[in-house]
Design a protein around this ligand. Structure first.
Ligand code: COA
Ligand code: AMP
Length: 644
């Protein structure tokens, strides 16, 4: 490790002063078919592209080149399922075989460069094979998290217009099996017909038959293993650095998810650079991101970055607690000699709740673990202190978004070990110029909270745009503060340039490290025939950081029992959005607090529910509604509905 004092500041300055030189140099760690001669293309500013004209193949960089360099026998992927007890390992040579044959299957189904493929898979190695197989033939994958309902899958199918969908017979959640095939069949019914083939990995532990589905509505359903048996491996297809590698949908302020587009070249350069400079991981070392391939952390640090770097990655099917106990994470670290573990604060809080004294850790040898990286939500000081004291290693908070694909701020462990300040996700990563502005775009004074913005251009690896909606990208991120990318987060900078991210400025909420849109939940509630109006807000939750709380008013004349309606509303959100929304709280009110122009006062409602001080907005239509709300909450301090 370069622990030299001042190294971070020097690297950051070099990158800011001469980004061309900095990123072209970083690009030499990637294998190109046509190497870049220019780093930044600013011809369409404020939309920037990286490495114009250069060509590469992402899968080649993640797999083939390590085999060609003589490291075919090194473990690339470790699979550990706490749900089934299954364990497996794939060397780089085996990974190459799995990926190139599945790429052959996709090719046989007519998938060519630029075509979209939806991947709806649980945490099994086939998720990694399928993603890399798409990259191999230049196809664009779009992974959908397994906890979303059929309706959400259908929305993504209609937006991305894929021709092929890859799935499995099912996933395993504690105490229940999630059967994917009926969900996929329903999503195909709900969507508008772009998919002609569904490929299904049949899992031994989750039976599911494709027979009932094959041929329905003209869609062919193939068995993964049969298809692999019949195919021949496919080679890597050269793509432009600026061609899309994947689309990953994330929640915005509206009910419709946004398709974040990642390119091939900038992504490979940034992620490769991050492995050494931020995570301090070298070839052959083990990195474990305890996330899900359906989220950006899974894309970047379960799949691509560790493999670009020739390291070993772990794909874990299980939870931090209850599968079978609160030592689950420590078992993985011990069994596979994990050097860097990456997880979300909510997972640590779940462990602390069950095992506050960290007694489980004594059963395992954790000496391989050098750093615990945290992201996904704000790392509260209590959890930070509990984990650093209990584990005796640095617990490093870092901040990023689906849009950026890699950290905006971090403690760059491979450059310099910077002091940890509780509450701060440390300092801007080279390439990210982080500033704080007020609602009019004026810089605030140091220490004052405001909108966190990033000066354009952002570094390689960050979003190339929104799928199919170039104007949507501009509107959602670039228009609010000209010359800057609006992160949607608020926070402040301290005297040492440390960034403190405090929360969202929009209607996005973060439930157990999962990003959700309150608009999406409101759309589901509004579909109930008894509901007149509704508002969903994110309220504080001890375990999950935030949880969604719904407030509804009923149509005139509805006199059904409230508890029945509330039960139906909880079931409706689960059906329309999915179990991941973890929606349990709903309260029926006489009226919702609004401004005179009819805008629901969600922020004030959240402050009341969280017991914070609040200022009565001068534009309020009728102040007594706030009093009614306070009384209603006193009557229902915990408006919890049990899970259906
Ligand atoms: N497929 C189907 N259902 C899923 C799912 C999946 N892939 N993932 C979660 N769910 C379900 C859960 O089973 C649960 O269902 P239930 O209502 O029937 O109990 C529901 O969605 C809510 O899940 P979750 O909020 O995750 O709660 P949990 O009690 O299962 O687990 C934690 C709580 C804290 C252990 C878990 O949320 C966690 O590990 N979070 C970390 C998230 C993370 O890593 N994010 C990435 C950022 S780094
Ligand atoms: P996602 O796109 O799902 O990764 O969610 C991104 C959002 O999660 C950010 O905009 C933040 O609101 C929040 N977030 C992620 N990491 C952190 C962190 N380290 N500290 C505070 N908030 C975070």
């Amino acid at each position: 490790m370069t622990a030299e004092a001042g190294a971070y500041r020097r690297t950051y300055t070099q990158c800011t002063e001469d980004p061309e030189k900095f990123w072209l140099e970083a690009a030499t760690a990637v294998d190109w078919i046509t190497p870049p001669t220019v780093a930044l293309d600013n011809s369409a500013a404020p939309v920037y592209r990286w490495f114009p004209g250069a060509e590469l193949n992402t899968c080649y960089n993640a797999v083939d080149r390590h085999v060609l360099a003589g490291r075919g026998d090194q473990t690339a992927v470790i699979y550990d399922s706490a749900m089934t007890g299954m364990k497996d390992r794939f060397t780089y040579a085996e990974l190459l075989h799995e990926v190139s044959t599945f790429a052959g299957v996709l090719r046989d189904q007519g998938v060519t460069a630029g075509d979209r493929v939806i991947i709806y898979l649980p945490m099994i190695p086939q998720a990694i094979f399928a993603m890399l197989a798409c990259a191999r033939i230049g196809a664009v994958h779009s992974v959908v998290f397994g906890g979303f309902a059929a309706n959400e899958l259908a929305v993504r199918i209609d937006d991305a217009k894929p021709t092929v969908l890859v799935t499995a017979s099912g996933g395993l959640e504690p105490g229940r099996t999630v059967e994917y095939l009926p969900l996929v069949a329903e999503a195909l019914e709900l969507s508008h017909g772009s998919i002609h083939t569904v490929i299904v990995k049949e899992r031994r532990n989750v039976p599911g038959t494709i027979k009932h589905h094959d041929g329905v509505n003209g869609v062919a359903w193939l068995d993964w293993d049969d298809a692999v048996e019949r195919t021949t491996p496919a080679d890597c297809v050269p793509v432009l650095a600026t061609d899309p590698l994947y689309v990953l949908y994330t929640s915005g302020t509206t009910g419709n998810p946004k398709g974040i587009v990642r390119d091939n070249g900038g992504h490979a350069v940034a992620l490769t650079w991050s492995m050494h400079n931020i995570y301090n991981i070298k070839p052959g070392e083990v990195m474990w991101a305890a996330s899900d391939v359906g989220w950006v952390v899974g894309h970047s640090y379960i799949v691509y970055a560790p493999l670009f770097a020739g390291a070993t990655t772990v794909i874990y099917e299980g939870k931090p607690v209850g599968t079978p106990d609160a030592g689950a994470f420590w078992r993985i670290v011990d069994n596979y000699k994990v050097r860097a573990l990456f997880t979300a604060p909510t997972a640590l809080r779940a462990i602390r709740r069950v095992d506050p004294g960290l007694t489980e850790r004594a059963r395992y040898d954790l000496s391989s673990m050098h750093t615990l990286f945290m992201a996904g939500e704000r790392l509260d000081t209590e959890t930070l202190e509990w984990a650093s004291e209990g584990l005796g290693i640095p617990v490093v908070d870092h901040w990023w978004q689906t849009e950026t694909g890699w950290p905006i701020t971090a403690n760059p462990r491979g450059i310099e070990t910077l002091p940890i300040k509780p509450g701060s996700s440390t300092v801007p990563v080279p390439g990210y110029q982080v500033e704080i502005v007020d609602s009019k775009g004026r810089h605030v004074t140091q220490g004052e909270e405001g909108n966190i913005v990033i000066k354009l251009p952002m570094p390689p690896g960050t979003l190339a745009g929104l799928w199919g909606r170039p104007e949507g990208y501009q509107k959602a991120y670039l228009d609010a503060f000209p010359g800057y990318y609006a992160t949607g987060d608020s926070g402040y900078l301290d005297e040492d340039g440390y960034v403190f991210v405090m929360g969202r400025t929009d209607d996005v909420i973060n439930v157990a490290g999962h990003r959700l849109s309150t608009g999406q939940l409101e759309e589901a509630l509004a579909q109930h025939p008894n509901v007149a109006e509704c508002a969903v807000i994110g309220v504080k939750d001890e375990l999950k950081g935030q949880r969604a709380s719904g407030f509804v008013t009923l149509k005139a004349g509805v006199d059904r029992p409230h508890e029945v309606i509330c039960g139906e509303l909880v079931a409706l959100v689960r059906e329309k959005v999915g179990p991941v929304a973890a929606f349990r709280d709903v309260l029926i009110l006489e009226r919702l607090p609004k401004t005179r122009s009819g805008k629901i006062l969600r922020r004030t409602m959240r402050q009341i529910v969280d017991g914070e001080d609040f200022v009565v907005p001068p534009t309020i239509e009728d102040v007594t509604v706030l009093e009614d709300l306070t009384v209603a909450l006193m009557v229902h301090p915990e408006p919890m509905i049990p899970a259906p």
